[in-house]
Design a protein around this ligand. Structure first.
Ligand SMILES: C[S@@+](CC[C@H](N)C(=O)[O-])C[C@H]1O[C@@H](n2cnc3c(N)ncnc32)[C@H](O)[C@@H]1O
Length: 360
């Protein structure tokens, strides 16, 4: 039996083992009758609610009313809510510093053209580790200058010639301020920026839970294409330039990269509930939900209830059987084996060896 990783789900109904070809997996520890609630994940960490859905989907519980605008809008943070209760819960989750962070980000994003947020994904190649390293190294010098400019805000005074400020022994000059201004002029991808903000705030608000995300399967090439990678390096500089000072130490290349490497093969889509998931609102990472492997003929049905996922036995399951969900959307499940394999390879990076694929 393997040592249970931090954040892995634990229950009398199942155990987690290593498998030869599909990493860790969940296995029934006893017979499980159909419809049994096997697990509930209520541990959302990183998440993105796409900007185009921000007026229609509740920022807290993700409820949606067929495209109608929600009644409670909080313009300063750029989210809408289905009730005062959700609005208050959202503020509680994010904390005072979090609310400040979303307010500053919203102010920056609001003034930009829609064009800035568009990203075309037409199957361009994923950047390799060497290209990823080079991209992050390419912004290292500018980020160091911005950091000094921001440090100057902590404890600044103007020198006698009125040109430089000194903080903690570091001189803040025009060069530092220019680097910061230059970053702010760069195009913004609001969804990538939101993803990074959600990760930074989650780490800030719940440092004790960091291990849960670190323990997830990792993807060394998490960026969809070169534009996606660029959106991340730019967001890094933007966030360094604007986020509240208490968050700055968390705005690091290492943290941003870890968010992407763990999001990549673990996040779940946040979709509409009443129409077979036709609308894609965004995505999020629930660590305890990320231990279920995929099957094209799953024995576990997953359903979202607000911010939580429930996992129920879709049929009678025997002790020792692997508990699998499907990573495919409603329409994708009906596709041929070849097309399913292609989607799973492209989006999840694995060659599916599930029973349904093997039998075909
Ligand atoms: C959400 S994680 C599932 C848990 C994962 N096995 C682990 O060790 O953390 C998704 C990853 O599990 C592996 N996986 C899931 N289902 C699989 C399958 N049917 N065939 C092969 N690999 C699979 C892939 O590496 C995939 O990227």
């Amino acid at each position: 039996m393997m040592h249970t990783p931090p954040g892995a789900p634990a229950s009398d109904l199942f155990m987690i083992h290593h498998t030869p070809h599909s990493g860790r997996a969940v296995f029934a520890a006893r017979d499980i009758p159909a419809d049994t609630l096997v697990w509930r994940s209520n541990d959302l960490t990183l998440s993105v609610l796409l900007r185009e859905y921000r007026r229609e989907v509740c920022g807290e519980c993700f409820s949606y009313d067929y495209g109608r605008d929600l009644s409670i809008r909080d313009q300063t943070v750029g989210f809408a809510f289905c009730s005062e209760e959700c609005k208050n819960k959202w503020r509680q989750h994010n904390g005072e510093t979090g609310v400040q962070a979303w307010t500053i980000v919203e102010k920056l994003v609001k003034g930009r053209s829609k064009e800035d947020s568009e990203m075309v994904d037409i199957g361009l190649p994923r950047p390799k580790p060497k290209e990823i390293r080079a991209a992050w190294e390419g912004v290292a010098a500018q980020s160091a200058l911005i950091r000094v400019a921001r440090q100057g805000e902590r404890d600044k005074y103007t020198t006698s010639n009125g040109d430089a400020e000194v903080s903690r022994g570091v001189a803040v000059t025009k060069q530092h301020r220019k680097a910061l201004q230059k970053a702010l002029l760069q195009p913004i991808n609001p969804d990538v920026m939101s993803f990074c903000v959600s990760g930074i705030l989650w780490k800030y608000n719940k440092p004790e839970e960091w291990e849960r995300v670190l323990s997830l399967e990792t993807d060394a090439t998490p960026y969809h294409n070169a534009d996606d990678l660029k959106a991340f390096t730019r967001s890094y500089l933007h966030l360094l330039a604007i986020l509240p000072l208490p968050l700055l130490d968390l705005v690091t290349v290492e943290n941003l990269f870890i968010f992407s490497t763990r999001d990549s093969h673990n996040s779940f889509g946040i979709r509409s509930l009443d129409d077979d998931g036709a609308e894609f609102f965004g995505y999020g990472c629930w660590p305890t939900a990320s231990y279920f492997n995929h099957s094209c003929g799953p024995n576990i049905e997953k359903t979202r209830f607000g911010r939580a996922w429930e996992f129920r036995a879709g049929r009678d399951i025997e002790e020792g059987e692997e508990l699998c969900i499907t990573y495919l959307s409603g329409e994708e499940r009906k596709l041929s084996r070849g097309k399913r394999l292609l989607i799973l390879r492209r989006n999840w990076g694995f060659a599916c060896g599930c029973g349904r694929c093997e039998e075909a």
